[in-house]
Design a protein around this ligand. Sequence first.
Ligand SMILES: Cc1cc2nc3c(=O)[nH]c(=O)nc-3n(C[C@H](O)[C@H](O)[C@H](O)COP(=O)(O)O)c2cc1C
Length: 156
Amino acid sequence: MKEGSIMANVKIIFATITGNNEEIADVISESLENKNLTVDVEEISQADAFDLENFDAVVVCPYTYDGGSLPEEGLDFFDDLEEVDLTGKFYAVAGSGDEFYGDDFCVAVDKFDAQLAKSGATKATENIKINFAPDTTEDIDNLDRLAADLSQKLGF
Ligand SMILES: Cc1cc2nc3c(=O)[nH]c(=O)nc-3n(C[C@H](O)[C@H](O)[C@H](O)COP(=O)(O)O)c2cc1C
């Protein structure tokens, strides 16, 4: 932990229809809590982009819909990311899609990455794309690596 610093807090925001991205959010949350970070998990339609100014980092876990579309219930949050100033904070994106969709696989992950970059936040680690639920060892290892990279960037 950085000398004199208080506990870092991380916001995790997920969008889900069938539960896979909530599972991803939960895996990341548990991994970060194991590193003694404070975590707040919220569903995207309830999330306020301006509230992110109260956190040290944000992780977004979106599903991808028709032809590489963003989750519709997350469009307000997505648009507001252009208005917030998250300079000095970190972000990461990890989402679930379906590899069947080929070039459109997990496109929402890359779209959130580009949008979060506009907020001034610094990308903490590579984007993670998961086929359906995070149920392989590789998926869990990747999500643990995201948590490790993020906590290291936060000085923990
Ligand atoms: C109508 C429809 C369109 C979809 N389009 C895409 C797509 O373009 N790219 C992709 O990667 N996944 C696509 N998916 C798959 C979902 O993103 C995938 O099932 C994901 O795991 C859902 O996450 P959730 O369980 O959190 O809702 C689509 C699913 C449906 C039902």
